[in-house]
Design a protein around this ligand. Sequence first.
Ligand SMILES: *Cc1c(COP(=O)(O)O)cnc(C)c1O
Length: 465
Amino acid sequence: MNYISTRGGLAPVPFKVAVMMGLATDGGLLLPETLPTVDEQTVEFWLDLSYQRLAFEVMSMFIDDIPTEALRRLIDKSYSTFTHPEITPLVQQGECHILELFHGPTLAFKDIALQFLGNVFEYLLEESGSSMNILGATSGDTGSAAIYGVRGKKRINIFILHPYKRVSPIQELQMTTVTDPNVFNIAIRGTFDDGQAIVKNIFNDIPFKDTFRLGAVNSINWARILAQVVYYVFAYCRIAKATGKQTVTFSVPTGNFGDIFAGYIARKMLSAKRINRLVLATNENNLLTRFVMQGDYSLGKVVQTSSPSMDIQVASNFERYLYFLYGQDPQRTGEGMESFAKTGRLTFSQEEQEKIRQDFVSASVDEAGTTAIIKDFFEKHGYVLDPHTAVGVKAGLAFQGPEMPLICLATAHPAKFGEAVAKAIGREPDMPESLRAIKDMKARCEVLDPEIATVKNFVSLHAIY
Ligand SMILES: *Cc1c(COP(=O)(O)O)cnc(C)c1O
């Protein structure tokens, strides 16, 4: 399986190259050259597999340049850090099947992809005898999942910038209590945007980037999408087997279009017969909902909500879907993205809008709606939703078809967003042991001024060669 760029300016590359490349060299995003589909018999066989076995079956349709045994080991290692034997268990609460994606080390769904990506990086660097320095900025959640993905790994150092005292106490501790020698937490005396701008600037310094072999772990890496495709297929298989129903609906709280794009790929593989139109759920940052329902993809202002990991306007994975919407025409995709960069807006023809609505339906859930569904769900079922999951549940219930199982993706453990949850149900959610424990752990963090030169200097002093 080879990978191409959505903008067409790249000769096809194998999986290993695609993973190390991250962003395509022509500025586009990487996609498989063809999408595999699966037949009746294969699905039948998949119904009984464990998460890890299924992950191997799905991933090996996209990866043909890592030997079978090595890929199996990478998968087993990646999910050995999860605390639930099913990895992503399904629990039924009333009309919803909640797909719990938060049993990894940082209690959020990004672990599923980043545990795998960290192991793949380590494997590939070992093979090539090389090393890399990962640099990124976080507003809270992605940083800790990335840090846990590569902690203690050989040949990789990681530098994560977060805004000093502007992340939640839990988020701060989840990052700074990882004291492995290859992990460097940098608290910037400034905002998330300051950190983001510094990181962007450093990546644009090509000699610096090359000297230190800088790598990124942002959500555009194909390996992250691929790891997420697995739980859609897994959930489909579990529900199909348990209920005998052939078609399911997924509801996905999304911001960067990453998680929902993984669902789109799963749907292409399994067919629209098995996975119904995806429910795309947004918070008050409703760019993607306007796109689906009105064919209007235009930038708004970011507003802060109780589901901060979805407080995003520019959806970094959107270009991947645009490529398919434009009939896999790389030139049009490139032109579209360029035009969007200039004007902050894309509009779509009637025909395209119909195509979009064959793939998705969408609803935006405001703050009051989020609080209300957390409260309602808790009163009805005694089950506590985190605010991101709540957005997905509310949207999912609005579009639920008769007789069709509804699977709602639970993207974070409620204890990570205790304050918002307490507002809804009148008490803090129960703390899992792993979160309680970090309060007493030793922390390590460097506090730096928000200056490019200062951060560069720190990175160059602590980089791995
Ligand atoms: C990142 C994140 C999301 C959104 O994921 P996308 O890939 O942007 O769709 C939703 N919920 C939580 C808890 C997250 O951390």
